[in-house]
Design a protein around this ligand. Structure first.
Ligand SMILES: N[C@@H](CCC(=O)N[C@@H](CS)C(=O)NCC(=O)O)C(=O)O
Length: 219
């Protein structure tokens, strides 16, 4: 099957799909577009106007969670728990995590009030996740799963922001999430899921947005 992932380098949702494609050793081509100024061919095939979008031969698959599940379905190894309840819970928390990227966007772009509001919203959600996360390295135990891929782009961006500022979004109050973040960010496929130098691009993006977060940059 010929796979082409339509992508945007800074997109955390694209990154989720890339991690699973890499983890499952699936060959794919990657085409970068700017979804804020999409080419006509993309507008014609994308129902949502959003990346990631996967072309599988001539079929169109969209939504990062669906693309990740599809990549998992065409692979020999299952990166979901076998148990139906556990699998449903993993999917629910994956869904729950998606709105954290809206908080992150508001943290990066907002003025002081919007920054505080978004940080509160994000940290409330993180605290819910902390309350269900066990002591194992990954969400379900010792093996990396789809849910770990779903949270990886969030942890990567939080780590960057903490490095660029005086730990403006420190996870120190969440012992389990801190350990989980460290574990997923050490995974080869997570490290390789973004282009080289994306941290610098993210720094410039924070600067360019001129939100409250840009005033906290220390580098
Ligand atoms: N629910 C979607 C969200 C994807 C998304 O928000 N993509 C952004 C880039 S990171 C996008 O394409 N934005 C352009 C737009 O919304 O018009 C998914 O999980 O795939």
């Amino acid at each position: 099957m010929k796979l082409e992932l339509i992508s945007f380098k800074l997109c955390p949702f694209v990154q989720r799909a890339i991690i699973i494609l890499k983890k499952q050793n699936i060959d794919y081509d990657i085409t970068y577009i700017n979804p804020m100024d999409p080419p006509d061919w993309f507008k014609a095939i994308s129902p949502t106007g959003q990346v990631p979008l996967l072309k599988a031969n001539d079929e169109i698959i969209f939504e990062s969670s669906v693309i990740s599940e599809f990549a998992n379905d065409i692979s020999d190894t299952d990166l979901h728990p076998k148990d139906a309840i556990q699998k449903a819970k993993n999917r629910a928390w994956i869904q729950f995590s998606s709105s954290m990227f809206d908080d992150l966007f508001n943290i990066v772009t907002g003025d002081k009030d919007k920054f505080s509001e978004a940080k509160d919203s994000l940290f409330k959600k993180l605290s819910r996740v902390e309350s269900v996360k066990g002591d194992d390295p990954f969400f379900n135990g010792n093996n990396f799963a789809l849910i770990d891929a779903a949270f990886s782009p969030l942890f990567m961006r939080l780590a960057w922001i903490n490095e660029f500022t005086d730990n403006a979004l420190s996870l120190a109050e969440f012992a389990r999430l801190s350990a989980w973040s460290k574990a997923v960010l050490a995974v080869k496929e997570v490290k390789g899921s973004v282009v080289d130098g994306l941290d610098d691009v993210y720094y410039s993006n924070i600067e360019g947005r001129e939100g409250y977060l840009s005033t906290l940059l220390v580098d």
